[in-house]
Design a protein around this ligand. Structure first.
Ligand SMILES: C[S@@+](CC[C@H](N)C(=O)[O-])C[C@H]1O[C@@H](n2cnc3c(N)ncnc32)[C@H](O)[C@@H]1O
Length: 156
């Protein structure tokens, strides 16, 4: 996406250093200058960004944290949504993709209960042909015939 959008500045957030290095190598190999990396937990986002500084957040295939008692760790949990709302600019959006049907349903509830407006909600993003840039997980799931859920949530 950074390659296709050279005038947009991207910040990649990933808590596992090895995964960060994979991303860094791809950026380096492509000679891109519009990407930076933060190797930290997304829970610390407000240490790195000023209120209203972010135009869009992509949440791609986050860990589902199946157990009910772990729900606060989901990247679409109310605590995270509050942080995102504070950092996004007016009209700012979250673009969320997951293969996980229960997480997708639960996340829609969280967005709605916390005042976000949803659009482009689909349980089969690629039904009419491949849409946009696929992440590594997305390409793998899509090749296996797994449907991809996607929504756009607009800041309350
Ligand atoms: C299932 S993988 C998906 C990787 C990639 N987004 C993709 O779509 O191919 C989930 C990734 O999210 C990262 N992650 C999960 N929770 C995180 C958090 N709270 N902060 C930062 N990264 C997180 C994990 O370390 C893991 O690399």
């Amino acid at each position: 996406m950074a390659e296709l959008n050279p005038n947009i500045f991207f910040v990649a957030v990933e808590k596992v250093p090895d995964a960060v290095v994979v991303g860094m190598e791809r950026v380096f190999d492509r000679g891109l200058h519009n990407v930076r990396f933060i190797s930290r937990d997304a829970a610390a986002l407000d240490e790195f960004f000023a209120p209203g500084e972010i135009a869009r957040i992509y949440i791609n295939f986050p860990d589902p944290w199946h157990k009910a008692r772990q729900y606060k760790r989901r990247l679409t949990a109310p605590g995270f949504l509050k942080t995102y709302a504070g950092l996004l600019s007016p009209g700012g959006e979250i673009w969320f993709k997951t293969d996980n049907v229960p997480l997708f349903a639960w996340s829609q509830e969280q967005f709605c209960e916390n005042g976000w407006t949803l659009r482009e909600v689909t349980d089969d993003l690629h039904a009419g042909g491949c849409q946009g840039i696929m992440t590594d997980y997305e390409a793998k799931f899509h090749a296996q015939g797994v449907k991809i859920n996607r929504l756009v949530a607009v800041r309350p």
